[in-house]
Design a binder for this molecule. Structure first.
Ligand SMILES: Cc1cc2nc3c(=O)[nH]c(=O)nc-3n(C[C@H](O)[C@H](O)[C@H](O)COP(=O)(O)O)c2cc1C
Length: 293
């Protein structure tokens, strides 16, 4: 399949000069993958009034549970002012039932006017932070702001969830049902007839299984290559003698690693590439033949 290359500036073009299309976002959206949407609730620093915005987030770490928000330096003045180091916020996950209301969170309302109230959404008291949580959102993370940095067009804000609430009715739902409801993702922008752009939200549909043992270590990610080989021996795919041979070759490869042009290192590189390729293709007879080479 032919590949088409784009420079950074060409990636940003809407419409794209090389591929003009009736939809000016036709090319651009390939570079902006779907990202989870949230409703961010903060309190006005002077008056304590509730402010809400719609945003998209990225995961950072799972333990502690942290997320990255990116708030426009030009476009989201109220949230930008309200989020300060050590401060509180609620990051709520809207479901497909409140797409319309989620969009209303992005209206440029005057300071002090609650977008939640205007959209007809409701709040309830959070347990760990002062800003309230959003009743219609099935999940509300109660967060502390830990880090802020102005970065190009946005302020990136790392928040740590210190607690969360979930709707009791979703607790017993199966995964497929939940995924069809939320999280919602900002999927793309569509040009409107005024030359503006309007976001579209979507939910995930299908779930695809990823392969696991013997095509990966028994415990999945974050294991060593040697651990994977030992797992294969434990289940009879390899003998313990074969694993010892693999370990010795790997130790030698690691020693030679900086010498990329060394013929022995090159041979070992080839050995491990082929071994791994045969395993992930489950060609076990070929694996055994390869280990004798
Ligand atoms: C689905 C969706 C996602 C958005 N994501 C962001 C975002 O990540 N960062 C941002 O600054 N604005 C984002 N916006 C726009 C803000 O919601 C909008 O600028 C809002 O008016 C900011 O409110 P504030 O001034 O009360 O902070 C998004 C809007 C929508 C509808």
């Amino acid at each position: 399949m032919a590949k088409v290359f784009f420079s950074h500036d060409q990636m940003q073009e809407r419409p794209n000069s090389r591929f003009p299309a009736p939809d000016p976002f036709q090319i651009h959206y390939h570079f902006v993958p779907s990202r989870p949407a949230f409703i961010g609730v903060t309190l006005d620093r002077e008056t304590g009034e509730v402010n809400a915005m719609a945003g998209t987030l990225g995961p950072l770490t799972w333990g502690p549970y942290t997320m990255c928000l990116h708030i426009s330096l030009a476009g989201s003045p109220h949230t930008l002012a309200n989020l300060v180091e050590g401060g509180d916020c609620v990051v709520a996950l809207p479901s497909r039932d409140i797409v319309r209301e989620t969009w209303f969170m992005a209206l440029p309302l005057p300071r002090g006017i609650s977008e939640l109230e205007v959209a007809g959404l409701h709040t309830f008291a959070s347990k760990w932070v002062v800003p309230p949580s959003v009743t219609e959102c099935p999940v509300n993370f109660e967060c502390k702001v830990e880090f802020l940095k102005d970065y190009h067009s946005h302020r990136i804000i790392f928040v740590r969830a210190i607690g969360a609430s979930i709707d009791s009715e979703v607790l017993s739902m199966n995964r497929e049902e939940v995924l069809r409801r939320y999280p919602t993702y900002e999927v793309d922008d569509r040009a409107n007839k005024f030359g503006g752009s309007i976001e579209r939200l979507g939910v995930m549909g299908e779930i695809f299984e990823c392969p696991s043992f013997p095509l990966a270590p028994k415990a999945g990610w974050y294991q060593t290559f040697n651990r994977w080989m030992e797992d294969l021996a434990e289940e009879g795919y390899l003998t313990s003698g074969q694993v010892t041979g693999i370990r010795e070759r790997l130790a030698e490869y690691d020693r030679l690693f900086p010498q990329a042009n060394d013929p022995r290192r090159k041979a070992l590189h080839g050995f491990f590439t082929r071994l791994s390729t045969l395993i992930v293709k489950e060609r076990w007879d070929d694996v055994r033949a390869h280990l004798q080479s």
